[in-house]
Write a protein that binds this ligand. Structure first.
Ligand SMILES: [Zn+2]
Length: 127
């Protein structure tokens, strides 16, 4: 006797949600950061929202609210976001030093990121 159940009724348990940062939150993060890349200071370019602690480093059980917390999000230009990739901040600053970025500049980058995530997020409404 078959115990495999009727065909066509199987389903796949969805992977843990890794929700993207929505446009409204992304805008508020950029507003908080003064529409400036926290890594290189670029302005007037296309911005992305960078996860300071990369999403991949969170356990699968971590709630989206923790992964996408404003304290984990900063404004980054496309170049910096791609360069940082899945690195944590210490790994990224190490990478920058290895690539010949002056030590003082790297120190400033780390300081800007830490300052940015501590700033209060502007309120959602404009009123
Ligand atoms: Zn940048």
């Amino acid at each position: 006797m078959s115990t495999s159940g009727p065909a066509g009724r199987r389903f796949t348990i969805p992977a843990p949600s890794r929700a993207e940062v929505g446009p409204a939150l992304a805008f508020r993060i950029q507003e908080r950061d003064g529409f400036e890349c926290v890594y290189c200071g670029a302005i007037g370019v296309t911005f992305e929202v960078d996860h300071v602690r990369a999403r991949a480093h969170f356990p699968a059980s971590a709630p989206v609210s923790a992964v996408n917390s404003p304290r984990n999000l900063v404004t980054a230009c496309t170049d910096c976001n791609q360069a940082k990739g899945p690195h944590e901040l210490p790994g990224f600053t190490k990478l920058l030093r290895h690539r010949g970025v002056p030590s003082q500049v790297v120190t400033d980058v780390a300081r800007r990121v830490r300052a940015a995530v501590r700033r209060r997020l502007p309120s959602a409404a404009n009123s």
